[in-house]
Design a protein around this ligand. Sequence first.
Ligand SMILES: NC(=O)c1ccc[n+]([C@@H]2O[C@H](COP(=O)([O-])OP(=O)(O)OC[C@H]3O[C@@H](n4cnc5c(N)ncnc54)[C@H](O)[C@@H]3O)[C@@H](O)[C@H]2O)c1
Length: 343
Amino acid sequence: MIKTAILGYGRSGSTLHADPLEEFGGDFTVTAVCDIDPEARQKAASRFHCAIYDDYRKMLKRENLDLVVIVTRSDQHCQMTCDCLRAGVNVLVTKPWALDVAEAEKMIAAARQSKKLLLPWLPARWGCDLLRLQQLIASGIIGKVFMVRRREFSFGIRCDWQTERKYGGGYLLNWGPHIIDQAIQLVGEKVETVYGQLRQIINPGDVEDVFHVVMTTASGVILTCEYSIAIDQLPNWVIQGDRGTIFVKEKSVEIHQVNIPDNISPAGYGNRPEIRVTKEELNGEHRVTMSSRYGDPFVIYPAIAQAVRGESAWPVSVADALELTRILDAARRSSEEVKIINV
Ligand SMILES: NC(=O)c1ccc[n+]([C@@H]2O[C@H](COP(=O)([O-])OP(=O)(O)OC[C@H]3O[C@@H](n4cnc5c(N)ncnc54)[C@H](O)[C@@H]3O)[C@@H](O)[C@H]2O)c1
């Protein structure tokens, strides 16, 4: 049994993490929950019959924990992670694990000193769209990929801490760890240049609610990732290869394969190739309120148990998470300075 505490029993802590922790009661036991909100503490106590705390430092002193799951506001992750590691407890920290590279490096140093595990949570790596697209690309169905576009849209207006910089708000930190990381994972190459544009369009507060980031990889693949304010009509993914294009809209996938003839007429204008279209639906599980396009926590939590027991490595390395943070920092700097950043 992995003695686990949830630090931050809010929207995400009480669902995306509490639900699988409850489901996999044979692996995890929720021994404590810490939240500054009395109502959240009350809900957690009646659900898990566990110890409750309003101060995580007190919890670290009193409880003998194997794992703390940190799901507080984004500006709180670094300090809390370092404190938990220094108290000798393994940490799973939600996205964005850090506000910037300086924070990420502090956390990595704390993990190294404590010899405890630091597990960054990047659930979109388990997204049903990404997993299927990785298979399709590896099969060569659209040939060599040269361009990936990954987009999400909404017209929803937020008014919570996610709209304030001092709390680590903003859509680059909120959505970048999902969609920018997914595009990079799909091509599996190091990003070399980043150009970003950030805008605040409809949300209150002082941070962006729109971002547009263009990256190039080591072999020259172009990745465009955007979170935008728009009616949901454009595809969430467009992947272009030299033998076809894949379009993904929510869970519908369309593969357009091009059959380029061996003998191309030098006199023919354009030599229009034959196009074959196939369609499929993605079968992600829907165990929680969130679509499994961003990863199903019921699939991810068994991997957390294996990592904490030392049975297998956690698939999201701190080196990967650090690299992603470096790219998010570069996108912000690029927007501020209006220039391409080499990473
Ligand atoms: N798909 C995902 O992985 C996903 C989805 C949503 C949110 N998140 C991340 O989870 C984090 C939390 O987001 P949320 O939407 O759940 O926020 P939230 O505001 O609903 O929850 C945060 C909780 O932390 C508590 N808290 C604040 N200060 C505290 C302290 N000092 N000690 C203990 N508890 C404290 C708050 O009372 C609240 O209950 C964010 O970093 C966000 O980016 C991840």
